[in-house]
Design a protein around this ligand. Structure first.
Ligand code: GLY
Length: 351
């Protein structure tokens, strides 16, 4: 049998943190063991695609969107496209659906007009990674991230990313949507204290967020539509991941989360691929996607790895994950009341 060695074999171990039994590499560390796989093992597996609509997305109301994204990704790989092409196609479907916080539906930042987006993609067979951050005025940031892959760089940010997109032929597009405006207005009302019926000096001095005692949690009241993502396996058994976001609900100019950070928001290797959603700053610190990948590369089934990562994550922060490997598929999110993680996010599998 022909053995495929990948660049993973060259990576060495790094600093680790351990949370509730889950070993998570810290940022900048790489703990991937040497990994080899074989062509014979890869071709036996059928194509598959998963898509998620972000932590805070509603399974009942938005699953039709993630169904469409997963179906599109699967159609691409079934037609002979690569896993990367499939993952990108699925991510684009979600970027073009204004109900999701990415591309056309991206959040509006605190000034009420700025829209900045992050996106990334990764090819699990070649190890190629491309990302953009704080990019503005493009329709499909994940396709710009794909083009970054073809440069000597892996990550382009801000105005440089926007100008790179223009150079690559992406038209000027202000991704303004009624859904994002409605989210912005709601956040503004809550932050101004209007929803509590008082905006006196006393309220301004009072830490009402800490004292929030409604049955609807503060996060839910503010709304938490987050990152979208897609993972796919092609006919050759290659894996890839795509991810895209308009940032968190309350976001300063220039803020960047987990999405474009290598190993944080997505990871793909010869053994599988992973896409995350949730509180970017915390996901980065725990390199969640890479941690879940490592568990799967060690032989753990994806749903078990997803559950373990979610349980190990600080409970006060959102985390959602989708993952595939040669052992199956898994997904879930800690956002919401149910402890059944698979029920707490719109996400779909297409086989
Ligand atoms: N997970 C998306 C973000 O924090 O930007």
């Amino acid at each position: 049998m022909k053995t495929i060695s990948t660049r993973w074999a060259a990576l060495s171990g790094g600093m680790m943190v351990v949370l509730a039994g889950l070993t998570l590499p810290t940022m900048g560390a790489s703990a991937t063991p040497a990994v080899t796989t074989t062509l014979a093992a890869k071709v036996a597996l059928p194509p598959v695609a998963l898509a998620h609509g972000g932590s805070g997305s509603k399974r009942k109301l938005q699953k039709d969107g993630t169904d469409a994204a997963a179906a599109k990704a699967l159609a691409v790989v079934k037609a002979g496209g690569t896993a990367l092409e499939g993952a990108l196609a699925g991510t684009v479907v979600l970027e073009d659906d204004p109900r999701f916080n990415a591309g056309t539906g991206s959040n509006i930042r605190m000034d009420g007009k700025t829209i900045q987006m992050d996106a990334a993609c990764m090819d699990g067979t070649t190890g190629a990674f491309g990302a953009v951050a704080a990019i503005e005025r493009v329709k499909n940031p994940v396709l710009v991230a794909r083009q970054v892959m073809d440069t000597p760089h892996i990550f382009i940010v801000g105005d440089g990313a926007t100008r790179f997109a223009r150079a690559m032929g992406h038209a000027d597009f202000y991704p303004e949507s009624p859904q994002a405006h409605a989210r912005y207005e709601k956040v503004k009302r809550i932050l101004n204290g209007k929803e509590m019926g008082d905006a006196s000096e006393a309220w301004k001095r009072f830490n009402w967020q800490k004292a929030w005692n409604f049955t609807t949690g503060l996060k839910e009241a503010l709304g938490s539509p987050d990152t979208v993502g897609c993972v796919a396996r092609d006919k050759q058994g290659n894996y890839a991941a795509g991810i895209s976001t308009g940032g968190t609900t309350i976001t300063l100019y220039g803020r960047v989360g987990d999405v474009p950070i290598y190993g944080a928001g997505i990871f793909a290797g010869p053994k599988g691929s992973v896409a995350c959603t949730g509180e970017g700053e915390v996901i980065v610190k725990h390199l969640v996607a890479k941690s879940v990948y490592d568990l799967m590369a060690g032989g753990m089934a994806p749903q078990t790895a997803v559950n373990r990562a979610i349980k190990a994550f600080p409970v006060e922060f959102d985390l959602g994950i989708i993952a595939i490997s040669d052992k199956g598929e898994g997904g879930g999110c800690n956002y919401g009341e149910s402890k059944v993680y698979t029920e707490n996010m719109a996400w779909s599998i297409a086989r």
